[in-house]
Structures are given as structure tokens and as C-alpha cells.
Design a protein around this ligand. Structure first.
Ligand code: ADP
Ligand code: MG
Length: 342
């Protein structure tokens, strides 16, 4: 239970039209693990409640079925644990751990993209648990059909059972979520201010929470009542940021970077490794990370199916180089401005 956050419960989860299907499926699963919808996969964008729902299942099963062995793990940790098990020659122990659970909850399975050996291991774990009717629930940032570089047989396992999506919340649900969070935190925020936050922040629940925290912090630290005007100005940066990030695609970035360096857009996505290509490619990856909400895995995919570690390396390299190379700093600044249309 150590990895389950105790706030992530069904009681704390506000159900609206956007998430009712997924939330009710999760509740049914928690009431009857292994017997209702097995496996189940919840997909949707960042900050829409995937982790919250997944952990709520864990918490609820833990409260109801005391002797059940529940494992919650992110795909990233599952992968790292597996790698470590190989290094320490403890793969038998690893297999035993995961094949003897009653409920297996794996968060963010898009991380398994390109991890062929881990996929293989999970495939066998899946089969073992499936055959013995043990509950499995997964989350993913997109429909499984859109995952590239995942083995067909694992994909077909994920697609088995129930796949449900989470959508961004409506204005009304955003208000209800904010009100719940205010109560949960034992604070007070006027309805007027709640409405302004819900109007301005339309992306996802994580951004809503960040906005709420900012408003509460302001009233506590500046010791001023937050009026409508103050709330608006406090949030103006945040909603600007969000919309900035939303409109920029990796394609636009690739186009501008390719033009600037006088290379073909396609070169950024192919396997060429000459410096005239790979350097602009690294810059484009860095800018993609700066200006969009895409994960390094997604950025890697947009650059010809590269691994997320390659993207991380590129970002670090550009970041550290910019510190000592003012020309590079100017170039990236110029490109960022141009891409943002400033
Ligand atoms: P994801 O895993 O999809 O990126 P999270 O589950 O981490 O999103 O949710 C982000 C934040 O928003 C969490 O703090 C979570 O508690 C909150 N949240 C998301 N959806 C809801 C909801 N319907 N009701 C209450 N809180 C929510
Ligand atoms: Mg999550």
C-alpha cells in the first residue's frame, strides 16, 4: 500500500460526463476484482485523473479485501525493476512478485514503447494473471491503437477487456472539482473566484489545481482578499502559457528549425547522423520540450521513432551548451520567438 496515495479515493473523485464511464468502470472493478471488467485500460491526456482512478481502485480493494495482494507500479518503475532484476540475476524473484498478485495496477503503459524485453516479460505476466482471473488495470496517455513500437501480441492483450477514455471536464465539472479541492484542503474560496478559475483554465484537472493553489497561496501570503480582478491577473500568465503550448505542434517546430538551418524537414525525422543534421535535430527536440506538453517519449516518436533517452540527452546537451555558447543561445531564442509568432 506504500505506493498508494491515500487522497486518491473514489470519494475524492468528482464524476462528470467526461469521466463517468471510466470512473464507474473502476468502481465496479474495485467492488469485484477479477470478475467484472478484466483487464481494463483507461486512456486520456495528462492531468485528467488516470492515476487518481487507478490508485482509487487500489485503495478501495485494500479496504474491502484485506488479504489481497495489490501492486501499483508505474510502467517506468516496472521497467527499472526488471532491468535491475536482470543485473542482479533475480528475474525469478521478479516474476514471482508480479505473477502472484491479486490486483495489478500499471500506470502510464505508453512508457513501454521501445522497451522490447520488458514488453516480453509483461506479456507473460499478463497471461499468467489473466488465466488465473486476477485483476489488471492499465492507464495510457492515448488509445492503445496509437502506440507505436509495441509488440502486436502485447497490444492485443491491452485491447482485450474494457478500454475507456477520460475527456477534459466541462465548466460545471471544473467548478465541482475546484469546490471539492477547496474543502479537501480545508480552505475557503468564494464562488466568484471559483468561477473565474473554471472559466480560464480549461485544459485539465492538474492545471486547475495549480491555479487554485496559486490563488489560495496569494490570499495567505499577501493577506489580501482575492477579488475577481486579482484572480484574473493571477491566472493571466497561467492561461496564456497553457494556450501558448496548446497551439504549437512539433511539426511547426520542425518546419521552422529546418528552414533556419536550410535542411529538409524530413531529415529531422530520419536516421542521418551527420552533424549538419543531428545538431538542428537536437535543437528542435529541445524546443519541442520547451514549447509543447509532449513527453520525451512522444517527442522521440515525432522525430522518427527515437528513444526517449535520446531526446533527454539532446535536451541536456543543448541546455548545457547554451550556457557556454552565446550564439547558440541567441539562435534558440530567435527560433522560439519565431515559432511562438512573437
Ligand atoms: P493523470 O494521471 O491522468 O495525468 P492525475 O490522476 O494525476 O492525472 O490527476 C491530476 C490531478 O487532478 C490529481 O491531483 C487528481 O487528484 C486530480 N483530479 C483529476 N480528475 C479529478 C476528478 N474528477 N475529481 C477530483 N480530482 C481530480
Ligand atoms: Mg498519471
Amino acid at each position: 500500500r506504500t505506493l498508494l496515495k491515500k487522497d486518491y479515493t473514489f470519494d475524492n473523485f468528482v464524476i462528470g460526463e467526461n469521466n463517468a464511464f471510466a470512473a464507474n468502470a473502476c468502481i465496479a472493478i474495485a467492488n469485484n476484482p477479477g470478475k467484472s471488467y478484466n483487464p481494463c485500460l483507461i486512456y486520456g491526456g495528462v492531468g485528467l485523473g488516470k492515476t487518481h482512478l487507478l490508485q482509487s481502485i487500489g485503495n478501495k480493494v485494500h479496504d474491502t479485501f484485506e488479504d489481497y495482494k495489490i501492486v501499483y507500479v508505474t510502467a517506468e518503475n516496472f521497467t527499472n525493476e526488471f532491468i535491475q532484476a536482470i543485473q542482479n540475476r533475480e528475474t525469478e524473484k521478479f516474476k514471482r512478485k508480479y505473477r502472484t498478485v491479486d490486483v495489478l495496477l500499471i500506470d502510464d503503459i505508453h512508457f513501454f514503447v521501445n522497451k522490447t524485453e520488458t514488453q516480453e516479460e509483461l506479456f507473460h505476466t499478463f497471461n499468467a494473471l489473466y488465466d488465473s482471473e486476477k485483476q489488471m488495470v492499465f492507464t495510457c496517455d492515448r488509445p492503445v491503437s496509437e502506440l507505436k513500437n509495441i509488440s502486436d501480441r502485447l497490444r492485443s492483450r491491452f485491447e482485450r477487456g474494457l478500454n475507456v477514455d477520460l475527456q477534459p471536464p466541462s465548466f460545471e465539472t471544473r467548478c465541482a472539482i475546484l469546490k471539492r479541492k477547496v474543502i479537501q484542503r480545508g480552505k475557503q474560496v468564494s464562488d466568484e473566484v471559483i468561477n473565474i478559475i473554471a472559466e480560464k483554465i480549461t485544459t485539465n484537472v492538474r492545471d486547475l489545481e495549480a491555479a487554485l493553489i496559486k490563488v489560495i497561496a496569494y490570499s495567505e501570503l499577501v493577506k489580501k482578499q482575492v477579488t475577481k480582478e486579482i484572480a484574473e491577473s493571477l491566472l493571466s500568465d497561467m492561461s496564456k502559457n497553457v494556450s501558448d503550448k496548446k497551439n504549437i505542434t512539433i511539426e511547426t517546430i520542425q518546419e521552422k528549425v529546418a528552414n533556419y538551418f536550410n535542411i529538409k524537414q524530413n531529415d529531422l525525422r530520419n536516421k542521418k547522423r551527420t552533424r549538419t543534421i543531428s545538431f538542428p535535430r537536437q535543437i528542435a527536440m529541445y524546443i519541442s520540450r520547451e514549447l509543447t506538453e509532449f513527453s520525451t517519449t512522444e517527442i522521440g516518436e515525432a522525430f522518427g521513432g527515437r528513444d526517449h533517452t535520446t531526446v533527454m540527452y539532446a535536451i541536456q546537451k543543448i541546455e548545457s551548451k547554451m550556457k557556454t555558447d552565446p550564439t547558440l543561445h541567441k539562435i534558440t531564442e530567435h527560433l522560439i520567438k519565431e515559432i511562438k509568432g512573437e
